[in-house]
Design a protein around this ligand. Structure first.
Ligand code: C5P
Length: 248
């Protein structure tokens, strides 16, 4: 990692920089987790697993009623008109952001219908590495692919991207402050990488590389005391951003 710190200077409350991935089997369990974590987490991500269970939108409403920010991570990918209409419907639900895969026309469709909701383009899933990209028929390196997709997304009017911390610094340096960088694949040093995530970083590394938000699931969910783990991460984030824009 570069020795230079690229800490985000966007006016985001430090607590909102941590997004918890509510990857749980049912909405009931998800809400129990929301209440168990309480004020340790202010921003929650609701994805596919819950979407396929009962009560997804009731959960979104329950989160909003508790004053939480909501990230709808359904990774839309379809013909441009369908994505546009899906984003138009979602934008009426008062959530912060959503994710979209895709070509120029798909991203344009999403941007045209997003209203005040943020559209984040998926670059390259953090669970994919060089071998997986070969398998999918991509010859270029991961960093190039992430950069070109992020550059295009920004030019088309997307608010930001989902990117691993490993590519965040290049994005921040090359594409500027405006781009919102949301980084999953956060792993503590001691268990790097032991699951499906391959392009991982620690929380501090990801923020120093320019991430605006991190998405954390298993490191909190699988902790022996999840609320204590989330609070520990919040303390780390608060300390990091208390340094302001100080360059290390
Ligand atoms: O459990 P873990 O910390 O790996 O959770 C990461 C979350 O971020 C998951 O919900 C996953 O869907 C999501 N995500 C990701 N890579 C992306 C986009 C989203 O890991 N490119």
């Amino acid at each position: 990692m570069s020795a230079t710190s690229l800490l985000s200077s966007k006016p985001i409350a430090p607590k909102d920089r941590l997004i918890f991935a509510l990857d749980l089997p049912t909405s009931k369990e998800a809400l129990e987790w929301v209440d168990k974590l309480g004020d340790a987490v202010t921003f929650h991500k609701v994805g596919f697993q819950l979407f396929m269970a009962e009560g997804y939108w009731e959960l979104v409403e329950a989160l909003k009623a508790r004053g939480k920010k909501v990230f709808v991570d359904l990774k839309f990918f379809d013909v441009p008109e369908t994505v546009k209409n899906a984003v138009a419907n979602l934008s009426k639900r008062g959530v912060e952001c959503c994710t979209v895969h895709g070509s120029q026309a798909i991203l344009e469709g999403a941007v045209s219908a997003k209203g005040s909701m943020k559209v984040l383009a998926v670059t390259v899933l953090t669970s994919l590495d060089r071998g997986d990209l070969d398998d999918l028929g991509f010859q270029c390196n991961v960093e190039e692919l992430v950069y070109s997709r992020a550059k295009r997304a920004l030019a088309l009017g997307c608010d930001g991207v989902i990117s691993s911390g490993m590519e965040a610094a290049r994005l921040r340096e090359g594409l500027g402050e405006k781009l919102l960088i949301v980084t999953p694949g956060i792993r503590p040093v001691e268990n790097k990488p032991v699951d499906d995530q391959k392009r991982t970083m620690t929380l501090e590394e990801a923020f120093r590389a320019g991430a605006d938000h991190v998405v954390v699931g298993r490191p909190i969910r699988q902790a022996s005391d999840p609320r204590a783990k989330a609070l520990e991460m919040q303390e780390e984030i608060a300390a990091l951003f208390a340094l302001g824009t100080q360059r290390v």
